[in-house]
Design a protein around this ligand. Sequence first.
Ligand code: GLC
Length: 651
Amino acid sequence: MSWKKFASLAALSLVAACAAGPMAPVQQAGLDPSDWPAHRSPTPVDQAMETRIANIVAGMTLEQKIGQITQPDIRWITLDEVAQYYIGSVLNGGGAWPNNNKRSTVQDWANQSAAYHAAAMRSDMAVKIPLIWGTDAVHGHSNVSGATLFPHNIGLGAANDPALVERIGRATAQQVRATGITWVFAPTVAVGENRRWGRSYESYSSDPALVGRYGAALVRGLQGRLTGDGDVVATAKHFLGDGGTFNGVDQGENRATRAHMIAVHGAGYYAALDAGVQTVMASYNSWNDVAAGRDYGKMHGSRELLTDVLKGRLGFDGLVVSDWNGIEQVPGCTKDHCPQAINAGIDVVMVPEDWKAFIANTVADVRAGRIAESRIDDAVTRILRVKMRSGLFQHQPAESRINGQASALDVRALAREAVRKSVVLLKNDNAALPLRAGQRVLVVGSSADSLSNQTGGWSLTWQGTENVNADFATGQTLLAALREQLGEANVTYSVDGRGVDPSQFSAVVAVLGETPYAEYNGDVRFPAPLQHSTLHPADLAALQAVAGKGAPVVTVFYSGRPAYTNDLMNLSDAFVAAFLPGTEASGLADVMLGGRYDFTGRLSFAWPGSACSTGEDGVVQFARGYGLGYAQARSVGALPTPATPMTCPVG
Ligand code: GLC
């Protein structure tokens, strides 16, 4: 039977199943996943562990099993409810802190963790099951005030240094364990294909091979040997195809062919699975292989992808966690009710607020036969396997020697090194860089003294907004770093470049950039053009105020995506793509001041040459892999500035 004919039969059976009623278990015909690469779990089966798990599961009530697969957010559950409802895990979403206090100390976090453990131990279960707490340490322990924050993934990709990423994983794991948390929702192994996507900066590269190398490195760094005091459980996310949606719409439709999905978007998972990643997070996006006429639907409801491919063909024996209310996007589902997602292969359901209704609905589903109890048993088995492999049954989080250690948050030296390696010199005409000690420098631009703009989204808060520099409790802006390295008296700051005479200075440093965003809030929806100067006119105005006024202009540009900036570059003698460097802008000053370090960063995404170009195949100004150093003094000169249309054409 041809693949097409088989696929259409399967599609017909899917339609028939849906017609049976909104909550009928949607059992898609298992299509042959043999075109996916065969993988086996690298973790040997521990028969004694498996026997212990089976005995525990056999002794659990249905309510206890459903509580174990339920993951509320810490804002919407009490300690007593953790015990009463047999909750298996919690998360703190972006912007959730103990006692709802953004400036919670490490000890506050560790105390909350210990309280969750005690609550889980208070349940009336025959065998108590420890709770596991998950968090988004997107670029360091990004929710915690005082934590050093690393460059976001787009910058790390430019460093092209997997060993550095492994070290970052190690340091991040220790930051997280200091707060009593043992599960991190990282690495994101998305392959970013469209800079319109608001999560472009969470992708390491448009190169699947680099994404694979980095995904494996971060898993190794985070997980270590899984049971150590400084180890955490890692998560490969978001499965599958989040970086390749049509027009870069976050949570949208990926229209890739099966071959492209397997070769490109699967690459990070093969590597992460081989590195032993213990959890995978399902993706919001859907997949519609338009060329083949095969619509796989939303990932959260796709049994073929979550079970047949991931758990079958790829041999994944850890747990699959849904994304934040991700189940509601499955046709026929709501935030608190989705047998389709559990039947598809979701093992832990991230249901932040509506978890009580979810538990009641899911118990009813099992009792009514809409979910086989064997599927629930499999999910609980996977959860217990991850908890036992990570030592949670042997040692509660508070027993780690790192627990409560505020000093673990401070990894500034490593972050500073990462910044040095992650920034890319795109232009350096007339040797405008390096700056020299003793020079008098004028600094302009609204990003020069903004920890928010240099750290971007997922920094203290979900969006990275509503923060002031003091909220970070650590970190250095580029203005502060230049003052430290050039001398306070040699650096003058004017946010808009007005009322100062650039000719009185050896050089001008213009620090420009995007303002923070996360997820769909960062989308630039088609057909809007993507030109920084139109989206952020104050940056253009600041540059125009100082350009060509008797001093060379060095522009430093913060962005979460490759950006169309030819007009800004034409007003600059030197131009540094700094992406989102995190809290340690001192690393930027290190490479900008001559003598000690050179620029070694190379673009991990194509840099566009027009406002409507969005990927590797559009109008590219600088190709992936491009980047200058002080030794490569080639002149860039004036760049073309094609007219920017009001709306971009369908491309
Ligand atoms: C978000 C993100 C996911 C994150 C989760 C928990 O919506 O999609 O990456 O891990 O929710 O914060």
